[in-house]
Design a binder for this molecule. Structure first.
Ligand code: SF4
Ligand SMILES: [Zn+2]
Length: 174
């Protein structure tokens, strides 16, 4: 199943997850997970108070990245390189979990805009119709939709020519 959970859905599920802190939305339906190096286990997540893999995160507050200044509602499905460096200087984009294509894939956010899951549509890149896709809701223009991680990434790269997204490198190879 190819699903990116929309933020509105995540909000509704937060109360459930708060009672089950180490189980994310997608883990409920698919195993294995998209990687343990996610915001949910990151010391920069306000919930974790500087402790990586904190066994007792502060579940009473929303997941919030203290170095990027963003709420990361799908924290168990959001990633960045600073998890690994543990340094406060920002490195690269934030990543969402993309479509499941022969494995879990990570796709970069469009700045502070998180890519969302959608159902059927027609790809803004290639015109192909799809049953499950990715969308970017732009404030300035109409919503863009994509049939695959690759076509989203191609669009993203044109928008961010000076940026790299190494956590998405495997998408170019598929
Ligand atoms: S965005 Fe990066 S630094 Fe911030 S909480 Fe998530 S993994 Fe940690
Ligand atoms: Zn396409």
């Amino acid at each position: 199943m190819q699903i990116l959970f929309r933020q509105t859905m995540i909000l509704g599920l937060n109360s459930v997850l708060n009672c089950w802190p180490h189980v994310s939305q997608r883990k409920l339906v698919k195993m294995p997970n998209g990687g343990p190096d996610n915001c949910g286990t990151c010391g920069f997540n306000r919930r974790n108070r500087g402790v990586w893999r904190n066994p007792v995160p502060g579940e009473q507050q929303l997941p919030f990245c203290e170095i990027r200044g963003l709420t990361v509602l799908a924290d168990h499905w959001t990633y960045c390189q600073n998890w690994h460096t543990r340094t406060k200087k920002l490195i690269g984009p934030i990543y969402a979990s993309g479509l499941y294509e022969n494995g879990y894939r990570r796709i970069p956010w469009h700045g502070a805009v998180e890519p969302e899951s959608i159902g059927a549509g027609a790809c803004s890149e290639c015109g192909k119709t799809f049953a499950d896709g990715i969308a970017i809701v732009s404030i300035e223009s109409a919503r863009l939709v994509f049939c695959s991680n690759l076509h989203y990434l191609q669009w993203w790269k044109r928008q961010h020519p000076e940026e790299d997204a190494p956590m998405s490198d495997d998408i170019w190879e598929h």
